[in-house]
Design a protein around this ligand. Structure first.
Ligand SMILES: NC(=O)C1=CN([C@@H]2O[C@H](COP(=O)(O)OP(=O)(O)OC[C@H]3O[C@@H](n4cnc5c(N)ncnc54)[C@H](OP(=O)(O)O)[C@@H]3O)[C@@H](O)[C@H]2O)C=CC1
Ligand SMILES: CC(=O)[C@](C)(O)C(=O)O
Ligand SMILES: [Mg+2]
Ligand SMILES: [Mg+2]
Length: 404
């Protein structure tokens, strides 16, 4: 039985059951069935079209794409492939820590480069990097590395490039986790030297998750891209590095496509868009007389704690199947209104990303000497909004928190 069929059958089963309790019980049976059928039929559902060494051509809903997987890079192969390399992680923030620790745990030679005695320097020491051995000021780390992994914030990459560039000498590899610096070079002034491989591995998630998923034996999905290949090995190196930093499956992109999709995604569904939708719904409920507890539960808590995890696990149709017939009818009916309204905003957003406006704004804001204070102030305003203050109370009432 395919997943779709089992899901449809489960929905049908649910429809015939009147009581909420029975329905709930049935959902857990459904979840087990789906899990079982997914496992049992996994090879057919995810059948590779072509199997070449280390690469699979997968059918993504009718479009064929190449993918690479961690399974093809057992640890011995990884260590052997990079045995003559030293990975120099430059910057030890969200991505620097996640990627650096994962590569170190897999047995690769890794050094970290950050400015001495800053917040990152201290954090690196706490994480076991040793000054003078595996932890150095930026330029020294670059001189020790063969693969220079620029994980400074995008604004800091622009600011530090004039000092960094002379150390990126022939034979080294320049690695980014974003297409930003290179694609918006008219603004960043980052012109990679012509005699080095330039590659990108972009984990599609926060650096914190890059680390936690790896520790759980799972993996973040990442994209990779090659901007400049002088050795003929740039692609293979990028894929190996993607595995080294903790990726599970890896898909191919270009620097341009990565940066555009990433900036759209984070401003849209992943962060900005969802923040806007949460706020809009919360405000309407409050303006129309609903209490904060009700407005927050119906907007954020139920989404993050109950419904969205179901989408993550088995897809949207599974989440719909787990909800009432009333909810399903309305949700399907209202989808097109939301889609159409949001498509206009998203097209506007895409234009502003593509024409460099968003990069310009981000560089100007994040290069200001007081950008951390400005950001803290904005975040404080968000934190103080009624919706998030109400959320704090709601979270404090979760039984696992409220143990007295
Ligand atoms: N955050 C994420 O999860 C993701 C990020 N990326 C990309 O990864 C890259 C790294 O981003 P992220 O991990 O968020 O970076 P962070 O903002 O978390 O880290 C910034 C690092 O840069 C250092 N830094 C900042 N300013 C300077 C400066 N002027 N001189 C020297 N060092 C400086 C900081 O050191 P100090 O403590 O000394 O200030 C810190 O180590 C970016 O290209 C980003 O777009 C890609 C996917 C997801
Ligand atoms: C986490 C991630 O991939 C983002 C949202 O694009 C980012 O932090 O830049
Ligand atoms: Mg991003
Ligand atoms: Mg991203």
């Amino acid at each position: 039985m395919s997943f779709r069929n089992s899901s449809r059958m489960a929905m049908k089963a649910l429809r015939t059951i009147g009581s909420r309790r029975l329905a709930t019980r049935n959902i857990s049976v459904m979840s087990r069935n789906i899990a079982a059928s997914t496992t049992r039929f996994a090879p057919r559902m995810t059948a590779p079209m072509v199997q070449t060494r280390g690469m699979r051509v997968m059918d993504f809903a009718g479009t064929k794409e190449n993918v690479w997987e961690r399974n093809d890079w057992p640890r011995e192969k990884l260590v052997d492939y990079f045995k003559n390399d030293t990975l120099a992680i430059i910057g030890y923030g969200s991505q620097g820590h996640g990627q650096g620790l994962n590569a170190r745990d897999q047995g690769l030679n890794v050094v970290v480069g950050v400015r001495k005695d800053g917040a990152s320097w201290k954090q690196a020491i706490e994480d076991g990097w040793v000054p003078g051995k595996t932890l150095f000021p930026v330029e020294e780390a670059i001189s020790k590395g063969t693969i220079i992994m620029n994980l400074l914030s995008d604004a800091a990459q622009t600011e530090t490039w004039p000092k960094i560039a002379p150390h990126i000498t022939k034979g080294k590899t320049l690695y980014f986790s974003h297409g930003f610096s290179v694609i918006f070079k008219d603004q960043t002034n980052i012109h990679p030297p012509k005699d080095v491989d330039v590659i990108l591995v972009a984990p599609k998630g926060s650096g914190r998750t890059v680390r936690t998923l790896f520790k759980e034996g799972r993996g973040i999905n990442s994209s990779f891209a090659v901007y400049q290949d002088v050795t003929g090995k740039a692609q293979e190196k990028a894929i190996g590095l993607a595995v080294a930093v903790g990726s599970g499956f890896i898909y191919q992109t270009t620097f341009k496509k990565e940066v555009v999709s990433d900036l759209v995604g984070e401003r849209g569904c992943l962060m900005g868009g969802i923040n806007g939708l949460f706020l809009a719904q919360y405000q309407v409920l409050r303006e129309r007389g609903h209490s904060p507890a009700e407005a927050f539960n119906e907007t954020v808590e139920e989404a993050t704690q109950s419904l969205y995890p179901l989408i993550g696990k088995y897809g949207l149709d599974y989440m719909f199947a787990a909800c009432s017939t009333t909810a399903r009818r309305g949700a399907i009916d209202w989808t097109s209104r939301f889609r159409d309204a949001n498509k206009q905003v998203l097209n506007d957003l895409y234009d502003n990303v593509e024409n460099g406006n968003e990069a310009k704004r981000s560089l100007a804001y994040n290069s200001a000497p007081n950008y951390r204070e400005l950001y803290d102030k904005e975040l404080e305003e968000i934190r103080n909004l009624e919706i998030w203050r109400a959320g704090e109370t709601v979270r404090s009432l979760r039984p696992e928190v409220n143990k007295h």
